[in-house]
Design a protein around this ligand. Sequence first.
Ligand code: ATP
Ligand code: MG
Length: 634
Amino acid sequence: MRWSKYLIPTAKEVPKDAVVASHVLMIRGGLIRQLAAGIYSYLPLGYRALRKVERIVREEMNRAGAVELHLPVLHPIELWQETGRTAAMGDVLLKLRPIKNDDAGDWRYHTVLGPTHEEPVTEIARAYLNSYKQLPINLYQIQVKFRGEARPKSGVLRTREFLMKDAYSFHDSLESLNEGYQAMYDAYCRIFGRCGLPYFACEAESGPIGGDASHEFMVQTDAGEDVAAATENGDYAANTERATCAPVPQDNSEMLPLEEVHTPAMRTIDEVTAFLNKRPEQMIKTLIYVGYRSDAQEVLENARKQLREAAAANPNVVAKGLPQMSFNFVVLVRGDHEVNEHKLNRIASSVTPQAPGLKLELADEATIEKLTGAKVGFAGPHTLSKSGVPFRLIVDQAVSVMRNAATGANKTDYHAINVNPVRDFPLETRAGSPCHVTIADIRNVVDGDLSPSGSGSPIRLKKCIEVGHVFKLGTKYSDSLKAHYLDKNGKSHALIMGCYGIGLNRIMASAIEAHHDEAGIIWPMSIAPFEVLIVALDPRVDEVMATADKLYNDLHAASVDVLLDDRDERAGFKFKDADLIGIPLRITVGKKALAEGVVELKRRDSQDVEKLPPDKAGERVRMIVSEEVSRLSR
Ligand code: ATP
Ligand code: MG
């Protein structure tokens, strides 16, 4: 490709909202252009890199035995209603608009744009995967996804339209699912390795099967929106949504007498710690939540129906009590810790088996005042039971080992100091008490917490971007869509499924996040739009152009991806553009060097310049390219 006949609109200026490196450099390097918020065109250079990522992904999926197909972007909404995901997806699921508003007769009324493809692929499985003999099988595609992301940002890292490789595996046993999952996990490692990404895998929020049923593949970058907790010695990594740590050891200081202190209008941890001269880790935060049954509406409707029927049969019927709809929770975490809503919801559900799918929300003022007998901001665990209002007390492990803590006194404008677990509030449920107690890990890990493996290695928090996600789904979709197979004995079962996603655009942008400098992109060889750039410094000099052309033709013939900068521009300008677009190898052909019988070979990631005769340059480039590609494949 000759630069003068190509389209590489490099630019000095970038839009104000471009702050992260990949966004800035992809715009400046002429790789992408924004068409609307979260919607990008890929210009020739950007598209070449994306296609290279795609090729690696496809090769590794095929190598892992997955089978490629292609599913439509337009889906009938009924399929999504069958799995209940129209509600779960909310505004992320984009719907077509009928020509006349609310015209249910218009096909558009019933059509959505696929944000992911579990539904249509399970529809195929339902039709064709009917026997254990066909299992296991992994079906994948590389297809555009549409998501109504509320806040698209950071260039192509979070967009409303993007390219995903999504794979779905089907199995007849959990062992087979585990094998299929591991095969995808290994394929992902090879894909990210070959793309030159400094990635790591971490445990992610697990799905319906539980256990370590899900892993995310992360690239560390400040541009990321996820935070992973990873130990220094590498023995543990998890998304902070899920991460745990070693228990905090018991503080054995002497217990001091509990005192109440007047703290007028001081409600926040900052105000109280400053006033009491304490550190946040010496405080207990007391948070009050209400948990609601997720099926409350259904329960109420059923109860109403039963009541109507009973009243019709016997007008003097006395209504029986409804099941309890909401539950109070008092939650204790250390002043320097934050509640982890995922963990809290899980624990709250497990201690409230009578209320399926419990969801917790912070309590309103009235509930707090009723429970504590004080204005908001003065709640504490001791004396709480006095109100007689039943509640579940969930104590974070780090609070259970504290000594002489400060917290609210359940009295407006007062805090208590020297509050001690067991002595001043229970760590076990006591007979006759309105308070049911659980000690659990319900907080986010913090930097410096120790590995849950017991190795003592400290945890560090890292901002990162999720480039891939592997997931054991179980029978969630095959149950709701009735995708069943017959086993050896002719018995019918729901297919057991896994799903595996990779964001191709994110791989490309993360590679730039990981590999760039002040001057521009430094592409890994494997996904660089071109492997080598020949810069003809004086294109009007015949000898220069003849040498550059010969090199270009030789490399092209040897299947090296080569770009020739034949523009009649100043050397400095061309070098700046070369650094910006980041092609890994650069051969400079200039009058002066040619007079010495050489051209200059330079790697984008090094300052060293190698001088060599023009007829040796092609061979040398081929060697470096193949060494680099095989290094990344290892
Ligand atoms: P996130 O938490 O970042 O929103 P997700 O968990 O919703 O992502 P998945 O449904 O697991 O994403 O999709 C699989 C992969 O698709 C992700 O690992 C990511 O690489 C990519 N991806 C997801 N959403 C986007 C997006 N809005 N823009 C670009 N790539 C995306
Ligand atoms: Mg994900």
